[in-house]
Every structure is written in structure tokens, then in C-alpha cells.
Design a protein around this ligand. Structure first.
Ligand code: SF4
Length: 508
């Protein structure tokens, strides 16, 4: 679809005459961009500034031709992105860095910050990736906003506007201020992430469109952060002060008239103390509901019944560890009994599928843990006829206790998947339990970036230029000497994990 067709399908697009227009760039295609509540929140925030407007641009869909006349333009104005004084990127995760390279090239802007001068726009980034490891972004950006960006983006735009977006002067003004990563100054040492005032919550979507995964859904934040402590998770309680709850009345009052579908967004929405009442308010108003994160240990018959009334067809929960032992290792509070109860709720309320997210290749995992998953599958399939596993290889992230744990290995993860498949077939479950794995090869690339330094970003650029295949990434990592870094780059032993757990309990 071209930009005019996309705009015609949207409701809520913001149009404003302004002295300063910022290009808000998403390094993935439109469908992903418009499903991102963070991206929409920054769009709203910039438009709320006097004299400022934000125009969106995204990575074109695969297959869109490049070349003269095919440069990146913004949706709202059709103007070339390269002509804007400021480009603000939102980067969600490691594999989007190739999209950063491509969108800069399509905008005729030198990809590397070091190759840009006064003739070029200032290029900044923020987004979920900055909570873990923004170092691979360093070669491409003049400034990276770390963590929750609603306040800092306004400050940066004010400073930039006053100083004519002169990079040296903006850097001087930002140096020492918390929440900004200035790659030329900080190098590989990343400052702590920022947290916004609670008064700025909740984030709410601005634009509804049928052209996303969450078609025509109004997204609103129910809580920010998480009070739990899963050892692999960047959003755990030690990040930005745990869970901040949005009151039920605020959530409901913010739903625009005529909304048909409401998405409640947050790292752990079902931990909201009023979640059942909020969902009831939504569905009693005749609306459909979606929740970004269901915790199996927080499901009740009432809540699942409300979700079924609100249009749910698939009950999706996360267990993460393949066995009870692995769930304990990662401190996931979900137990096998919670998953069995989830299957019962899904069956009682006639939901089509029970979907469970799991990780494979967690430190300390063995074949026996996969065999236990086969046993659990028998119990789940006896309760509900359609079970699906979303299986992702474990990738260690910065700012988590499991930071530095190595990747289990592509062949090991693929071997465990094959073992699971064989076990399910032997148990006669192949028709009832479907396994949907994500690629172990791409998970390895994600791992190299999650644990890498700024030169890992340069390797992404090389790999993208060489075709963006797995082989291209492998060769680029080697040529750039990219290695997972730090003294933590090894598997913690079981004893170390237990000691770590005790240490944390002692500090609670
Ligand atoms: S995995 Fe989920 S429940 Fe665990 S800390 Fe992260 S957001 Fe919270």
C-alpha cells in the first residue's frame, strides 16, 4: 500500500502546521510500527509541544525498490526524510538495527554518525532496546535516549531547536544530564536508563488502523514495569522501580467514544490488582479486549470468562522454562499446575487454542527438561485438544542477572527441538500439540548483538550490505572481531545461581 492508502485507512492521524517538524522513524515496516504503543506515545508527545509536529516514516515493506526517486518520505507530508533537521528513531530490538542502516541509506544520509556534518540532520534513537544494550546503536546515532523517553525527547528537542541542531553544541548541553547516551563521549560505558514521572502515565495510542496485527485496536497502558524478578528479563523489578499501576478509572475514562477493541498494555498487566474489574468495564461496554501479557498464575475462571466474552480465541500464557526445575532457575513463578489450570479455563470457556511460550537453551537445561515438557504436554492435551508452544531460544540480555550467559548453540537448540518433536510423536500428540519455534540461527545473531559492543553495530551494517543472510552476519561478526564481551560472558553454575538468588532475597 502506498502512503495515501495507509493514511486513508487511519483514524486519529495528527495534522499540524509547525515551525519545527521532526521525522519519527521506525526501522521496521508499517504493521510493526503502528502496533508499537511506545512509538505512538512519542508521536503524541512531540505533537503536544508548542511549534513542533512529528511526521512518521517506516522501513518500506520487503521488495520495495530502491534507487533514484525511491527515497524514504514521511507519511504525513510525503517530504524526504533526509530534509528534516531531526530524525528520531524508535528501536525495539536487536534485529531492527539492519532497518536503521537501510532507512538512513534510503534517506541519503551517511549511515555512520562520524561521516555526518552540519549539512546533515541530527539523528537520535530511543525505544525498548535501550533498556538492555544500546551499544550497537552507537555508530549510527548522535544521541541515544535511554529508557522511558517521554520527558527527555521534549528536553532534547527544545535544546536542539535553541541551538539550531548543531551537534557539538547539543552534545555540550546534554553532557552530564542523566538518561542520555552520547556515544562519542561515553564510548562503551552506558549510563543508567531514565524513568518518567508517574503523572505522564498511561501511554495511549493515537492512531487506529486496520493495517496492523492489532487491527483497529485502541491501546492503553494498564501498568508500566514489573514487580517480579525473572532472571532473564530486562523489565524485572530492579528496572525503573518495579511496577507502576494506572488506576482503573483513568484507564476506562481514557477510552475514546466509539472504540470497538481495547488493548491493555504492560509488562505484567494481569498483576494489576483491578484487572478483572477493568476487563469487565471494557467488555460490558460491548467492546473486544486484548491483554499484552497474561500470567498463568494470575488467571481466574472469572477473568478467562470475561476474556472469552471480549473476543478471545486463544489463551496465551508464558511459562518460559521447559520444566519445573528450569522455571525455578529463571525464577519464573509459573508452575506446571498453573499451566494445567490455564488449560482447564481455556476448555471451560471454549477457547480455540491454549498457547504457551517457552524458552529452550536456558543455562543448566538438559534433555531431561525437554522430556518433562513432553509429559506435561500429555496432561495439557488431555484437557484441551489444541495446544501450541511458541518456542524461542534463550538469549541473555544486559541489565539482567543472566547477562553474560552464553548462547546454548544452534545445534543444541535444534537438537532439543527435534527431541521434543520426537517425544510428542511417540506420545501420539502430534496433532494436538503444535510446536512453533523461532529460528535458532537468528536467535544467535540477536545474542551477538545483545552482548556485543559498538563494533557489533558496524558488523550489522556490513552484513546488511552483503545481503543480510545468516552467512553474511557470521562473516561480518568475524571480520569485525565481535565477541560477547565482559567477564560475565560464561555460564553461571547452579551453585552461583542459587547464591545469586539468596543474595537477592537477603536484600528484599
Ligand atoms: S518476564 Fe514478565 S513477569 Fe517476569 S520480570 Fe519480566 S515482565 Fe515481569
Amino acid at each position: 500500500m502506498d502512503r495515501r492508502e495507509l493514511l486513508a485507512d487511519e483514524r486519529g492521524t495528527l495534522h499540524k502546521e509547525a515551525e519545527l517538524r521532526v521525522a519519527l522513524v521506525y526501522p521496521s515496516p508499517y504493521r510493526a510500527a503502528m502496533s508499537s504503543l511506545g512509538y505512538q506515545q512519542i508521536y503524541r508527545t512531540l505533537h503536544g509541544m508548542p511549534g513542533v509536529a512529528a511526521d512518521r516514516a517506516m522501513l518500506p515493506d520487503e521488495g520495495t525498490p530502491t534507487g533514484p526517486g525511491r527515497g524514504l518520505v514521511t507519511l504525513e507530508t510525503g517530504q524526504p526524510v533526509g530534509g528534516y533537521p531531526l530524525l528520531a528513531y524508535s528501536v525495539a530490538y536487536e534485529l531492527e538495527i539492519a532497518g536503521v542502516v537501510e532507512t538512513l541509506e534510503r534517506s541519503n544520509i551517511p549511515v555512520l554518525a562520524a561521516d555526518r556534518d552540519r549539512r546533515h540532520p541530527m539523528v537520535i534513537a530511543g525505544g525498548p532496546l535501550t533498556f538492555s544494550n544500546p551499544a550497537p546503536l552507537a555508530p549510527f546515532f548522535d544521541v541515544v535516549i535511554l529508557g522511558e523517553g517521554e520527558e527527555l525527547i521534549c528536553e532534547l528537542v527544545e535544546i536542539g531547536r535553541d541551538l539550531g541542531f548543531d551537534r557539538e553544541r547539543v552534545w555540550a548541553a546534554l553532557a552530564g544530564k542523566p538518561g542520555y547516551y552520547l556515544p562519542h563521549l561515553h564510548g562503551e560505558t552506558i549510563p543508567p536508563v531514565a524513568q518518567v514521572a508517574d503523572a505522564l502515565l498511561p501511554a495511549r495510542s493515537v492512531i487506529a488502523t486496520p493495517n496492523t496485527e492489532l487491527a483497529d485496536m485502541f491501546m492503553t497502558e494498564a501498568a508500566r514495569g514489573c514487580s517480579r524478578g525473572c532472571t532473564y528479563c530486562v523489565m524485572r523489578r530492579s528496572t525503573n522501580g518495579g511496577m507502576r499501576i494506572v488506576p482503573r478509572e483513568t484507564i476506562i475514562a481514557g477510552i475514546p467514544e466509539g472504540t470497538r477493541r481495547v488493548g491493555l498494555v504492560g509488562a505484567a498487566v494481569t498483576d494489576h490488582p483491578d484487572i478483572a474489574a477493568i476487563v469487565r468495564d471494557v467488555v460490558d461496554g460491548g467492546r473486544e479486549v486484548g491483554i499484552s501479557s497474561l500470567r498463568a498464575d494470575k488467571l481466574t475462571d472469572e477473568l478467562v470468562g470475561l476474556l472469552a466474552r471480549g473476543g478471545y480465541r486463544t489463551l496465551t500464557v508464558a511459562a518460559d522454562g521447559a520444566s519445573e526445575r528450569m522455571r525455578r532457575v529463571v525464577e519464573r513463578s509459573t508452575r506446571a499446575s498453573d499451566l494445567i489450570r490455564s488449560a482447564q479455563f481455556a476448555a471451560t470457556h471454549r477457547l480455540h487454542t491454549l498457547k504457551v511460550y517457552m524458552m529452550l537453551g536456558v543455562p543448566g537445561e538438559t534433555d531431561a527438561d525437554v522430556d518433562e515438557l513432553v509429559q506435561l504436554s500429555k496432561e495439557l492435551a488431555a484437557i484441551h485438544p489444541r495446544v501450541a508452544y511458541g518456542l524461542a531460544p534463550f538469549v541473555a540480555k544486559r541489565n539482567t542477572p543472566l547477562d553474560g550467559s552464553p548462547f546454548a548453540g544452534i545445534s543444541l537448540v535444534e537438537g532439543r527441538l527435534a527431541r521434543l518433536d520426537k517425544g510428542l510423536r511417540a506420545a501420539g500428540l502430534h496433532d494436538k500439540v503444535k510446536v512453533r519455534p523461532t529460528s535458532a540461527r537468528w536467535a544467535w545473531i540477536e545474542y551477538m548483538l545483545a552482548q556485543g559492543e559498538s563494533k557489533a553495530g558496524l558488523a550489522v551494517m556490513d552484513a546488511h550490505h552483503a545481503g543480510g543472510t545468516f552467512a553474511a552476519y557470521k562473516a561480518a561478526f568475524k571480520a569485525r572481531g565481535v565477541e560477547p564481551t565482559g567477564p560475565r560472558a560464561r555460564v553461571p553454575s547452579s551453585q552461583e545461581l542459587i547464591a545469586l538468588k539468596r543474595q537477592r532475597l537477603a536484600t528484599l
